[in-house]
Ligand binder design. Structure first.
Ligand code: HEM
Length: 182
């Protein structure tokens, strides 16, 4: 994404969305990973399932708002400047994170429609995205799980990079994303 304005930090909206979405993504994972604590068909298990859907779909909506906020708010340059390969790696990892935040819930919506499963978003039933096709739905279910697990590594890498910049390289990358620090 192009840097449209030379800015010294992310916008307040981008910072708020970054930390809010970190919490939401953690909840989305927690609701699905911990669902196995409850028997299938119990109200608790259903609650975990619906909460997973609702948090995951909220991630999609907020990711779109965040893209717009980033477009208008700009992205700050890092000081001291990064070597070219690190700039490219950072751009790639950010693009992958956005692709995940938008693509994963869309994949899930497609999967649910294909499987003929209903999607309840905070109590509201959403219309199916695609017509039923159980085999394809099963395949997408596999992808949903595989991508979800692979993204643990991407998130860990993102967090490790932030710590490396702050603690080892001593640049201003992490400070750009902290609230109340001009
Ligand atoms: C950021 C968004 C999301 C992430 C990170 C995510 C991640 C995951 C992960 C890691 C699993 C466990 C896979 C396994 O145990 O094999 C899972 C399962 C599942 N996810 Fe998602 N998911 C997201 C959004 C959604 C959305 C929006 C829906 C539905 C609209 C959905 C529907 C499901 C379903 C149906 C399962 C299988 C478990 C069950 O039947 O309750 N996911 N998801």
């Amino acid at each position: 994404m192009p840097d449209r304005h030379p800015v010294t930090r992310y916008s307040d909206l981008s910072i708020a969305l970054h930390w809010l979405m970190l919490g939401l993504i953690a909840l989305t994972y927690a609701f699905t990973e911990l669902r196995v604590l409850f028997e299938r068909g119990t109200p608790e298990r259903d609650f975990m399932r619906q909460a997973h859907f609702s948090c995951g779909l909220t991630v999609l909506g907020l990711a779109l708002v965040r893209l717009v906020a980033r477009w208008f708010g700009g992205t700050p340059a890092i000081h001291p400047p990064l070597p070219a390969w690190q700039r490219r790696a950072a751009r790639l990892s950010h693009a992958l994170l956005y692709a995940f935040m938008i693509g994963m819930p869309l994949l899930a919506l497609a999967m649910m429609g294909l499987r003929g499963d209903e999607v309840i978003f905070f109590g509201i039933e959403l219309p199916p995205l695609l017509a039923e096709d159980k085999d394809l739905g099963k395949q997408l279910r596999g992808w949903h799980g595989d991508i979800g697990r692979a993204v643990y590594a991407l998130i860990a890498l993102h967090a490790a990079a932030a710590i490396y910049h702050h603690r080892i390289r001593g640049d201003d990358t992490l400070r750009h994303m902290l609230p109340g620090r001009p």
